[in-house]
Design a protein around this ligand. Structure first.
Ligand code: 13P
Length: 253
């Protein structure tokens, strides 16, 4: 049985004061016996503060990205081992904003995935097609290519406790959510690609949906058999809304 997970990707948002208040509201909003994993992913500079604010809570802490390098002359980079040092358990790699706005290649994403695993952390690997690619019927091809770049680079066992997030680029921050059926189709495909390498690992793999998830559409998405929760952007900055989305995932547990 896959435990649902809702992760809030704060992207380039927040301040010390706003984060304290947001985390306090999320903590008080979530009941103690929550049947869902909950995670927040603040910007790098706020991770240590967030860890302190989450002390005593089971809310998980993730980072939004990492360097593929471990140490050395890489000005501006943050290594996965540093993220572990400040209390992260998870790291997002290959988010479409990194791929498309920062030019990250499949190869670099695969190196980052490996760096996260080497640091003893769990990667959240994002995959997803652009609108043009969907309209050109290339969704399966793009997702298979992005996933294949990682799977070809590591032993399949390394995927065992990792997380995949399907985030169609056309649905991110646009208000245009994929329908539950559209998302389910791609999630099933992702699981099949992993199953071709190891059926047991594929059956246990958590695959999140991301792209304009809100409390009004979360229940429909999370009810689908291969959707194990959400990677939530904008709605994760509103504590009440985020808690409602977590509630939708918990009800489907
Ligand atoms: P939105 O929920 O704002 O569409 O963002 C989704 C996302 O990119 C999460 O990583």
């Amino acid at each position: 049985m896959r435990r649902p997970l809702v992760a809030g990707n704060w992207k380039l948002n927040g301040s010390r004061a706003a984060n304290v208040s947001l985390l306090r509201s999320i903590r008080t909003g979530l009941p103690a016996d929550w049947h869902c994993d909950v995670m927040v992913c603040p910007p790098f500079v706020y991770l240590a503060d967030a860890r302190a604010a989450l002390d005593g809570s089971s809310i998980l802490l993730g980072a939004q990205d990492t360097s593929a390098e471990d140490a050395g002359a890489y000005t501006g980079d943050v290594a996965a081992r540093m993220l572990r040092d400040v209390g992260c358990t998870h790291v997002i790699v290959g988010h479409s904003e990194r791929r498309h706005l920062r030019g990250e290649s499949d190869t670099l994403v695969a190196r980052k995935f490996r760096a996260v695993r080497s640091a003893g952390l769990q990667p959240i690997l994002c995959v997803g097609e652009t609108l043009e690619e969907r309209q050109g019927s290339a969704t399966e091809h793009v997702v298979a290519r992005q996933l294949g770049a990682v799977l070809d680079d590591i032993a399949v066992e390394e995927v065992a406790s990792s997380i995949i997030a399907y985030e169609p680029v056309w649905a991110i921050g646009t208000g245009h959510t994929a329908t539950p059926e559209q998302a389910q189709d791609v999630h099933a495909r992702i699981r099949a690609i992993v199953a071709a390498r190891d059926a047991r690992i594929a059956a246990e793999l958590r695959i999140l949906y991301g792209g304009s998830v809100k409390s009004s559409n979360a229940a429909g998405l999370f009810a689908m058999p291969d959707i194990d929760g959400g990677l939530v952007g904008g709605a994760s900055l509103d504590a009440a809304e985020f808690v409602r989305i977590c509630g939708a995932a918990a009800r489907n547990a």
